[in-house]
Design a protein around this ligand. Structure first.
Ligand SMILES: Cc1ncc(COP(=O)(O)O)c(C=O)c1O
Length: 379
């Protein structure tokens, strides 16, 4: 089956092509533009002939050093630029990490519900994704991971805050997962792409809580979400030497390196701590508005996400045998009737739910909510 996220986007495009005014909360990215400061740095980079030629496979030293410095602040560990590989976005970084640790047929645990990209990237690296059910607040626990571990388990993909659930794991959960991973020699691939969007103030890197995990940890990050730079395709991984060497070799043999202009833009972004902080402030306000509005609709039950960019309500109360039978049917009806695009939970291994992105401007969010309420109340 095609990824339902793309099916929604394709149907929304079809309606737009027919002149319908579709409002979308289906995106998996901030809707704002990249900051003018970053754009200006990219233009300077374009005008610098040094960026017109080959660079190094591992990535520019200036960017790697800054990524290492930020990771040192996050984790308390003494990273250097040698520990960093620059990739074409966090998804590519995840792939590079997985192709280093996965042999064909090896199993990698992924959260269910969870982002489908995690399972897809495991498959791309030759592995088998094994869904591990999350707890009542959508968090992975060491107990569940142990229940799903087999002799072929080589890694777990962890994302906190996560997509689509916004779940932020507790310190105790992260310490337990780290201890479990070290005991069983399982890699923890920590996808920290949403780290700046933690609305509880409790986010801590698993490595800060459990430095002993560092021999078994890969930290993945990037500028895509923090700096509204999904189209620029710059991410990275920090990992032990064997993983970095494998990733460097793979990059060298395939893409040669990430475009230098984009790396310069990412460098400018990493120097800017104000933009992600301001975005987090706005997203928190919009999250509160959206969750409250959704909970006012009969049949919708929306937990308050601790982080991330999404509300992930249950719509089980709206489903029935003689009405919408699934959340996918409901999402299709909302698009056709209210002209609001949302992603059905089926995309995330969570039928009965919808994902709605609140990283949109206030006007879009308010229009979407008004339309959803009107359509569902008039049904
Ligand atoms: C959990 C998670 N990791 C990684 C990514 C991809 O990030 P990038 O655009 O940097 O490849 C996404 C995008 O939706 C995501 O939700």
């Amino acid at each position: 089956m095609d990824n339902p996220i793309f099916a929604v986007a394709a149907r929304a495009d079809e309606l737009r092509a027919r002149g319908v005014d579709v409002v979308t909360l289906a995106a998996g990215e901030p809707q704002s533009a990249t900051s003018p400061r970053v754009v200006a740095a990219a233009i300077d980079a374009i005008n610098d002939p040094a960026t017109h030629h080959y660079g190094t496979a591992q990535g520019e030293a200036s960017l790697r050093n800054l990524v290492a410095a930020v990771a040192t602040t996050d984790t308390g560990l003494p990273w250097t630029g040698a520990d960093v590989q620059i990739a074409l976005g966090a998804k590519h970084a995840l792939f590079l990490a997985l192709q280093a640790v996965v042999d064909p047929g090896d199993e990698v645990l992924v959260a269910a519900p969870g982002w489908p990209g995690h399972a897809e990237v495991v498959i791309a690296a030759g592995g088998v994704p094994i869904p591990a059910p999350t707890d009542e607040r959508f968090r992975l626990t060491a107990d569940t991971l142990e229940q799903h571990r087999t002799a072929r388990t080589v890694a777990v993909l962890l994302s906190s805050p996560g997509n689509p659930t916004g779940a932020v794991h507790s310190d105790v959960q992260l310490r337990d997962i780290a201890a479990w991973a070290v005991e069983h020699e399982v890699w923890v691939i920590s996808d920290d792409i949403y780290r700046k969007f933690d609305f509880t103030g409790t986010y801590r890197s698993i490595l800060r809580l459990a430095p002993a995990l560092s021999d078994w940890a890969v930290v993945v990050g990037g500028v895509s979400k923090e700096h509204a730079m999904t189209g620029w395709r710059v991410g990275w991984l920090l990992a032990p030497e064997e993983i970095i060497a494998s990733a460097r070799k793979h990059v060298s043999r395939t893409i040669t390196h990430v475009p230098l202009i984009n790396q310069r833009a990412a460098l400018a972004a990493l120097h800017d701590v104000d933009t992600p902080a301001a975005a987090a402030h706005d997203y928190r306000r919009r999250r509160d508005f959206l969750v409250e509005a959704l909970n006012e609709i009969d049949g919708i039950d929306c937990p308050l996400p601790d982080g991330g960019l999404f509300a992930f309500p249950s719509v089980a109360g709206l489903l029935s045998e003689d009405g919408w039978r699934t959340s996918a049917e409901l999402a299709g009806w909302l698009l056709d009737t209210a002209h609001v695009a949302v992603v059905p939970g089926e995309a995330f291994n969570a039928p009965g739910r919808l994902r709605l992105c609140f990283a949109v401007d206030d006007h879009t969010l308010h229009t979407a909510v008004k339309r959803l309420k009107a359509a569902l109340e008039a049904r």
